[in-house]
Design a protein around this ligand. Structure first.
Ligand SMILES: Cc1ncc(COP(=O)(O)O)c(C=O)c1O
Length: 302
C-alpha cells in the first residue's frame, strides 16, 4: 500500500528522523501546509511562514483523498474507533495489576487527540461510572489547553472544514497552537469519546507547562533509563505530582500512567531544555475566544 503523509511543518522541521523512518518504510512525506493542495496553497498565500497544525494536515489529507479516486484517508487519533483500538493498553494494564493484586487510584495519560489516554483510561471508565473512586486524568499542554480551556460544542476536526463536525472540547478549528516540542499534543480538538467523558465528570483534566514536563522526563530517564517522548512527559509530570502529593499527605497510592512513546527522535528538544532555551507558554484566553468565533452553526446554544 502506498502512503502519503502530511506532516505538520513544525514537526517535520523539528523531528526529521521521524520523516526518514517513514520514507525508509516506503512512505512519502510532505510538510504541511504544502503547495500540493488548494487549502495548503491558500494558507501559505495568507501566511508563508505558517508552522502548520494537525487541523491543517487533516484538511490537506482529506482534500487529496476527496479529489482522487482510489485514495483513502486515515487518521491516527481522535476518532472513537482509533481510541477503542487503543484500549488494549488499559485492558492489558488491568490484567497486569490484577496479577500484582493491585488496582489504580489514578490512571494518567497525555492527551493530544485523545487516543493513548482513552486507551489506558477507558477500560477503567465503567468502574468509575459504577462508583469506583479511580481517578482518570488527562494531561495536556498549557499551550494547547483543549479540555481545560476549550468549549464542549460541535466543531470541525480540521482547518478547511472538510472533515465532519463532531461534538467535542475544542479551541476552534482555526486555532494555531504555539510550536511547543510536544508536537503530538498540538490539536485544537479532542476525541468525542474523551470529551464526553470529561463533560460527564468521568475524566479529569489538567494542563501543564512544557519546562516542568522536561524536568519530569529527565528525572524519569535518569531513574528508569528510558528517554520519553515530549508528549509522554506530560503524563510523567502528572504522575510525579500525584506521587509527591501522596507522599506529602502520608498515604500510599497506586498510579498507573501510559508511557506513550520514546523520545529518541526528540533529542533536539532535550538539548534545548538542557541548554536553557525552552520557554513556557500559556495560551491566552482572548486568542482562544477569537478562534471559537468560527464554530459551525448547528442550531444549538454554545
Ligand atoms: C508519543 C506520543 N504520545 C502521545 C501523542 C498524542 O496523541 P493521542 O492523544 O492521540 O494519544 C502523540 C501524538 O503524536 C505522540 O507522538
Amino acid at each position: 500500500m502506498k502512503v502519503h503523509v502530511y506532516m505538520v511543518r513544525v514537526s517535520h522541521d523539528q523531528k526529521p528522523y521521524r520523516k526518514f523512518m517513514m520514507e525508509t518504510w516506503g512512505g512519502t512525506v510532505t510538510a504541511s501546509p504544502s503547495m500540493l493542495t488548494r487549502c495548503g496553497r491558500e494558507i501559505l498565500a495568507a501566511d508563508p511562514d505558517n508552522p502548520g497544525s494537525l487541523g491543517i494536515a487533516i484538511s490537506e489529507a482529506v482534500e487529496e483523498a476527496a479529489s482522487n479516486k482510489g485514495v483513502n484517508y486515515s487518521l491516527g487519533s481522535v476518532l472513537n474507533h482509533v481510541c477503542l483500538h487503543q484500549t488494549i493498553i488499559g485492558l492489558e494494564a488491568r490484567r497486569q495489576l490484577e496479577l500484582a493484586g493491585d488496582y489504580p487510584d489514578v490512571v494518567i495519560g497525555c492527551a493530544g487527540g485523545g487516543s493513548n489516554f482513552a486507551g489506558i483510561a477507558v477500560p477503567f471508565a465503567r468502574d468509575k461510572i459504577n462508583g469506583s473512586k479511580v481517578r482518570l486524568l488527562a494531561v495536556e499542554p498549557a499551550a494547547c489547553p483543549t479540555l481545560t480551556k476549550g468549549r464542549f460544542v460541535y466543531d470541525y476536526g480540521d482547518e478547511a472544514k472538510m472533515a465532519p463536525i463532531m461534538e467535542m472540547y475544542t479551541l476552534g478549528h482555526t486555532f494555531i497552537p504555539p510550536t511547543i516540542h510536544a508536537g503530538g499534543l498540538r490539536y485544537h480538538g479532542m476525541s468525542p469519546l474523551v470529551s464526553l467523558m470529561h463533560h460527564e465528570g468521568i475524566v479529569d483534566a489538567v494542563a501543564v507547562p512544557q519546562k516542568g514536563c522536561f524536568e519530569a522526563a529527565i528525572m524519569f530517564a535518569r531513574t528508569e533509563g528510558i528517554i520519553p517522548a515530549p508528549e509522554s512527559s506530560h503524563a510523567i509530570r502528572a504522575a510525579i505530582d500525584e506521587a509527591l502529593k501522596a507522599k506529602d499527605e502520608g498515604r500510599e497510592t497506586t498510579i498507573l500512567f501510559n508511557l506513550s512513546g520514546h523520545g529518541h527522535f526528540d533529542m533536539t528538544s532535550y538539548d534545548m531544555y538542557l541548554s536553557g532555551k525552552l520557554d513556557d507558554y500559556e495560551y491566552p484566553r482572548e486568542l482562544i475566544d477569537t478562534a471559537l468565533h468560527d464554530l459551525p452553526n448547528v442550531g444549538l446554544p454554545v
